[in-house]
Write a protein that binds this ligand. Sequence first.
Ligand code: FDA
Length: 398
Amino acid sequence: MTQHYDVAVIGAGAAGMMCASVAGQRGRRVVLIDHATRLAEKIRISGGGRCNFTNIDATPQNFLSQNPHFCKSALSRYTPQDFLALMKRYRIAYHEKHKGQLFCDDSAEDIIGMLKAECTLGNVTWRMPCKVQAIGKSGERFRIDTDHGEITADSLVIATGGLSIPKIGATDFAFRLAQQFELKIVAPRAALVPLTFDAKGWQPFVPLAGVSLPVEVETGTKKARGWFREDLLFTHRGLSGPAILQISSYWQDGAPLTINLAPETDIAEALIEGKATSKKNLGNQLAQWLPSRLADEWLLANGFRPDARVADMQDKQLRQLGASLNSWAIVPNGSEGYRKAEVTLGGVDTRELSQQTMMVNKVPGLYFVGEAVDVTGWLGGYNFQWAWASGVAAGQAA
Ligand code: FDA
């Protein structure tokens, strides 16, 4: 027997639960459909299990999109303060960790429980686990064929997220549906992801796996430049850590990254200055500004002996060494892909959507929210803020 609802939301993750609860609490009859057996797995694993649920300083400048203005309306109408007010009602304790990033004191489960309770307040009907087999439109209504039978709805909200971490249920459902309705898509790409390097070229850096240090990293042209000051981590296959995850969203195939491994120090100048007074060897001298393992391996990889005395070096050699550390230019050969990526860059082209409601301009009643849309936040709670804000925008309209 066909079941009819005012609103069907597909995808019970961050954006989907937020959208369903808001629509339900407006008095709309809502069904929330998800194929997963465990609810909101991405919220559960986020922030090391404590969910970096927003960033108190979030502004539209923290998001990438072909249309950087698109996110402004939803973000200004549902702010980090609004989400904090909701958490306060549920007495969920949180703390700020780093650069405005807010985490739960206890567990990400608190956020999942809160969103579930909000759905209950909105009398949301759950269909989960439930597989969606096909979507159609007859007249004004959407038809959703599922393994629980046929559902019809006046509004259909797609909140199935992006492609990252397929092993916990990510699919290309949103993009396939966008194609079915002939909507433009900005080519999706793994983002907030470790970057990899050609195995042979990376060989000298393999012994550095596990070394972490604060750096400045940049890439791109003046027009589309990414620049971050964060920690970098050497891995067996390449580079990771917050600095690299952030810059990965800006990196284009074939382009170099420029990394300053000692942003506080002009290494060449400091070494040349030290020549007159320092009795130290090169390795020890560099270890003042860099992790000593990095200092030694860097010297060997660049043809210097770590036990050579600084005083015996020519200025020209020290300048070369300083430049290699203060502006290390390196070209990744790719990324660790969706297996490791925190988000998907690109998605449903924002030109297809209303920035007020997230509704598809040419298909009344159809909405896309959350990561499925071409709006991607930096690392640090921004992606959840977008999920909440876009979910609320659609929930108030659908
Ligand atoms: P989300 O992925 O949350 O939900 C999509 C839902 O749709 C899922 O429940 C899925 O099962 C369902 N679905 C998919 N295909 C379907 C289909 N065909 N049929 C039915 N259902 C389907 N962000 C942040 O701000 N702070 C953080 O701390 C982190 N940490 C983090 C860690 C890791 C490891 C990852 C992978 C990601 C993060 N993120 C993050 C990113 C954040 O998790 C992400 O941007 C949001 O969850 C996106 O919310 P959505 O609701 O759009 O998708």
